[in-house]
Design a protein around this ligand. Structure first.
Ligand code: AMP
Length: 622
């Protein structure tokens, strides 16, 4: 069967090169643009999102059209950011790796200009550049564009947003009038139209999807929360998606840094990317993200432009962009190369109007989503763990020597008991943390915190809701739980209200007047060799207006330390910090699957010592 790229008119050398990159079939934009661009005699406007394969859509025809027997610049590709510049140059080098004589140079700011000048002097046919540095090099008369036949303006809307209009004019004025200009843009605001009018002669236009429509592979969701709960909501979303690999957008550099720092403190594998970092720091952060050694990249719009990382599962708009048009660029960081992705907005009730504006621009509706409860998170994490255990690669050679001792240890337990205990090991940890977690969802007409708390308080005023760490997995019925609590707590069944039996835990209500008696009697209670605890639950805490204090006690430092205590942690390998990086990935069996490509970084976060809603939220509340 003839290779589909060959059918489009691509030569064998290039077909073989893209085959090596795993490109089997052209993407829709490649299918449509390649035959048109190969003709080489048209100006061209392609309205396409990032992640659709547009680099190859223009890169492959360029390679076919350029004369590589001469070492003069014949193609100039302008793009908005250094990251994108490097990406495009590297892609084109890959496509042309079998093409004799092909030479590509990347010209961008923040790097040694002498090296770039040297490469240009040595002879190149394709120059990929950001406008500022390009102009600098032109100013030094270090490049001759008189043989340029093709100019590509990639992410034209972004270049204009970043104020490169003048630079582009100046650069283009040094290229021959009869060159062909190919413009790619995710959106088509009037300024981009103007470029098309000014620089192009009757261009062929291709629109992938409908105009200004976001990538069809991306679903859009929004969550309404109170402003003070935004950070907790972010964490809840992350915890509910154990395999998340996301870019989180903030409006300002300071927010970006703040959110990243809080996440890091709270045990997440996150880092910030913004303009106050040195180029070297930004490169480092990006490399970690690309290598999947980081799970959450917290970025400003400008810093995140041109990020080309595949398999980003979510884009999270921690704050909505000022320029509604930027939403398309943000969300385009996910759903790349045919993958699906979710773009999430965490908003307050006043921002619904902005969501409607975005819907109009992208031509797609948002789904209003509800933040999961703490227990939903526990359940999700539990089954994620179960799934990981099921799929973990067992290293027989290494583990076999320990098996007899392990079997000895478990000799008394049934298979079911062992499974229950393994599952509980992780589950209890999340439960511990989430058992008091409040409902973070706010309604569209939510007026703030006070009203809601008051309402809750009134509802539960006679009873206090308590948590107990036994439940149906211990084969308790409601009746069993009632007598267990009454016998050990020395209170009457009449003082107990509603009993909510769950899996490894339960809730029950106790009349306020009996709470102290229960707590003073219910001490050192064991069930099946396990310590049984009773604690006030989050709802009860809120209703008694001591919420903040109790939550701090529940989620704070003390417990945190106990999570990360010796044995348990060691069994997951490495120190706490190390667990975020390569070491942990190996130890949790995640890397194999990840490299397989099916999951976005499964197993690269360590839950073994990391409470989720910790210091950041606490600080905000205190
Ligand atoms: P781009 O829109 O050029 O940034 O491409 C997005 C991603 O899709 C890049 O990682 C490309 O390597 C990948 N890609 C481009 N074309 C194809 C193709 N025909 N088949 C598979 N992957 C592709």
């Amino acid at each position: 069967m003839t290779n589909p790229f060959k059918l489009l008119g691509i030569s064998d050398d290039v077909v073989n090169a893209v085959k090596d990159l795993g490109f089997e079939n052209p993407t829709p934009i490649q299918e449509q643009a390649i035959p048109v661009l190969l003709e080489g005699n048209n100006d061209f406007v392609g309205l396409a999102q990032t992640g659709t394969g547009k680099t190859a859509a223009f890169g492959l025809p360029l390679i076919e059209l350029i004369d590589f027997t001469t070492n003069k610049p014949q193609a100039l590709i302008l793009c908005p950011t250094r990251e994108l510049c490097l990406q495009i140059a590297s892609d084109i080098k890959n496509y042309s790796k079998n093409t004799p004589g092909a030479s590509v140079v990347a010209v961008y700011g923040g790097a040694n200009i002498m090296q770039q000048l040297r490469e240009i002097r040595n002879g190149v046919q394709i120059v990929v550049a950001t406008p500022g540095r390009m102009l600098d090099i032109i100013g030094r008369k270090a490049i001759d564009f008189s043989n340029v036949k093709y100019v590509v303006l990639d992410e034209a809307d972004e270049m204009l947003n970043m104020g490169f209009q003048e630079d582009i004019n100046d650069i283009l004025s040094t290229t021959p009038d009869d060159k062909k200009t190919w413009l790619f843009s995710a959106t088509m605001p009037p300024e981009v139209r103007k470029i098309a009018r000014n620089y192009m002669d009757n261009p062929t236009e291709l629109t992938m999807g409908t105009k200004n429509t976001g990538n069809v592979n991306i679903e859009h969701e929004y969550y309404i929360v109170r402003a003070r709960d935004k950070y907790a909501a972010l964490k809840r979303i992350v915890d509910f998606n154990p395999e998340i690999f996301a870019v989180v957008f903030c409006k300002t550099k300071m927010d970006t840094q703040d959110v990243a720092e809080n996440l890091i403190k709270d045990g997440y594998n996150a880092d910030a990317l913004h303009g106050d970092l040195s180029q070297q720091q930004r490169d480092k952060v990006m490399q970690r993200f690309r290598d999947r050694n980081m799970q959450l990249l917290i970025a400003t719009d400008v810093a995140a432009r041109g990020i080309d990382v595949n398999n980003v599962t979510h884009v999270i708009n921690y704050s909505l962009p000022d320029e509604i048009e930027s939403y398309t660029h943000r969300s385009g960081r996910t759903g790349r190369a045919g993958k699906t992705g979710i773009s999430i907005c965490i908003i307050n009730s006043k921002e619904i109007g902005k969501i409607r504006q975005i819907e109009r621009i992208i031509g797609k509706s948002f789904t209003k989503a509800e933040l999961p409860t703490g227990f939903d998170v526990c359940e999700k994490q539990l089954f994620s763990l179960v799934h990981k255990v099921h799929n973990v690669e067992v290293n027989d050679g290494q583990i076999d020597q320990y098996i007899p001792r392990i079997m000895d240890e478990f000799a008394e337990l049934s298979k079911e008991d062992v499974i229950k205990r393994f599952a509980s090991l992780e589950f209890n940890r999340f439960l511990e943390y989430y058992k008091n977690a409040p409902d973070l969802n706010a309604t569209a007409d939510d007026r703030g915190d006070r009203g809601e708390r008051g309402a809750r308080g009134a509802r539960n005023s006679d009873y206090t809701r308590l948590f107990i760490n036994v439940g149906s997995v211990d084969e308790f019925t409601r009746g069993d739980l009632l007598s267990f609590v009454c016998n050990n707590g020395k209170i009457s069944g009449k003082n107990i209200g509603k009993i909510d039996l769950k899996g490894v835990y339960s809730f029950f209500e106790v009349e306020n007047a009996s709470v102290d008696t229960l707590f003073s009697n219910f001490k050192d209670i064991q069930f099946n060799n396990r310590g049984v605890r009773i604690e006030k639950s989050g709802d009860a805490a809120e209703s008694t207006s001591r919420g903040g204090g109790e939550r701090r006690g529940g989620f704070g430092g003390g417990e945190r330390k106990s999570y990360s205590g010796g044995g348990e942690r060691k069994s997951y390998g490495g120190g706490e910090r190390k667990s975020y990086g390569g070491g942990d990935r190996r130890s949790s069996g995640g890397s194999g699957r990840r490299e397989g490509g099916s999951s976005a970084g499964g197993g690269f976060r360590d839950f073994s010592g990391k409470p989720r809603e910790g210091s950041g939220e606490r600080r905000r509340r205190s």
